[in-house]
Write a protein that binds this ligand. Structure first.
Ligand code: TXA
Ligand code: MG
Length: 323
């Protein structure tokens, strides 16, 4: 592995892209101080230039090299949750690339919790900007295979660190004069953040938030139409000739007339469900199904982030009995 990390470091120094493992999803990384390299991220992903990238750093101290006016709460959160799936949006320093931050005065920063990528960051003289390593609006990858599946013959070099253990993207928060705001639901729940800071985390009002343009309503989609059902229950699809893939939360509903069944967590463990979600979507998306039906999970903890991603991926929410 050491040699593979060295090779990745060399490629990144030269301005090339490398897909890197993190605990959430794979990132498509570039040297954060080379605009040409950053430009190729947007090109390869076909990502709109208005959607800023997250800076990945090796330590809490790095915050001060990239950001200014850093609130105490940001340091408190970093001390509690880094390395880990929390991205903080802070005021950026003037030398930071406008391309990477999409012209904003702010910068998103996080320290990922993956040994391979932390070793890589230790070797480098610069932070890495890395959006999820998938085509824009497609499913985020939780394995090296998913990265290849998403980019096909345009796949970048991949530093394979195995399957991502958390499996859903980082929580994103920002700081304003009136408090801490949630920009994206993610692996760390609002409750955990509120408990630590002893204050309410405020929700952004706009659906398409100008603050965090990556939160467009339609996002994270497989190519196959996806529908969400509130509960699969015992409903049957007897007179239906469609090829359906079913992803349920707990039980495998074998009575349901689906071509393929996947359960996210038979024990009802939401963390396990999160780590299986994107792999199930990648798998079912490759089967040429007419549609994928996914059961909503309980709206607590990381379940909120799962439901958020499902809602963005879905064509619509349906009442299963209507099919
Ligand atoms: O877990 C993760 O966050 C993964 C791994 C690779 O670290 N990365 C990820 O990146 O999900 P991406 O690009 O797919 O999503 C980043 C989100 C976007 O919604 C973007 O708009 C938001 O972060 N973002 C980045 N910088 C921001 C900024 N300065 N202000 C507001 N939102 C920002
Ligand atoms: Mg993404």
């Amino acid at each position: 592995m050491e040699e593979k990390i060295l090779k990745a470091a060399q490629l990144l120094r030269k301005g090339e892209l490398v897909a890197i493992p993190t605990e959430t999803v794979y990132g498509l990384a570039a040297n954060a101080f080379l605009d040409d390299a950053i430009r190729s991220i947007y090109e390869l992903k076909n990502r709109p230039l208005i959607n800023p990238l997250i800076f990945h750093v090796k330590s809490i101290d790095c915050i001060y090299k990239l950001a200014k006016n850093v609130p105490n709460d940001a340091i408190k959160l970093a001390e509690a949750f880094w390395p880990g799936p929390l991205t903080m949006v802070l005021d950026k320093k003037d030398h930071i690339s406008d391309l990477a931050t999409a012209g904003k005065r702010t910068i998103g920063i996080r320290m990922p919790d993956h040994e391979v990528t932390l070793n890589l960051l230790e070797m480098l003289e610069f932070p890495l900007v890395a959006p999820s390593a998938n085509r824009s609006n497609h499913i985020s990858p939780t394995s090296a295979d998913h990265v290849r599946q998403s980019f096909k013959d345009r796949a970048p070099d991949i530093l394979d660190g195995g399957d991502c253990k958390t499996g859903i993207e980082s929580t994103i928060v920002g700081f304003k004069t009136d408090g801490v705001y949630l920009y994206r639901q993610g692996a760390i729940s609002i409750n955990e953040i509120e408990a630590l800071l002893g204050c309410k985390v405020l929700e952004m009002q706009n659906e398409v938030s100008p603050e965090s343009p990556g939160m467009f309503k339609k996002h994270y989609s497989p190519n196959t139409p996806l529908y969400i059902a509130d509960r699969i229950s015992s409903a049957l699809m007897s007179d239906n000739d469609k090829r359906v893939g079913l992803i349920s939360y707990r039980e495998n509903h074998v009575e349901f007339n689906a071509v393929v069944h996947r359960s996210l967590s038979e024990n009802g463990d939401l963390n396990e469900a999160a780590s299986n979600l994107y792999a199930a979507l990648y798998e079912l998306d490759s089967l040429g199904l007419d549609f994928i039906l996914v059961e909503r999970v309980p709206e607590r903890g990381i379940g909120k982030a799962i439901n958020d991603r499902l809602t963005r991926a879905a064509k619509e929410t349906i009442d299963i009995n209507l099919i």
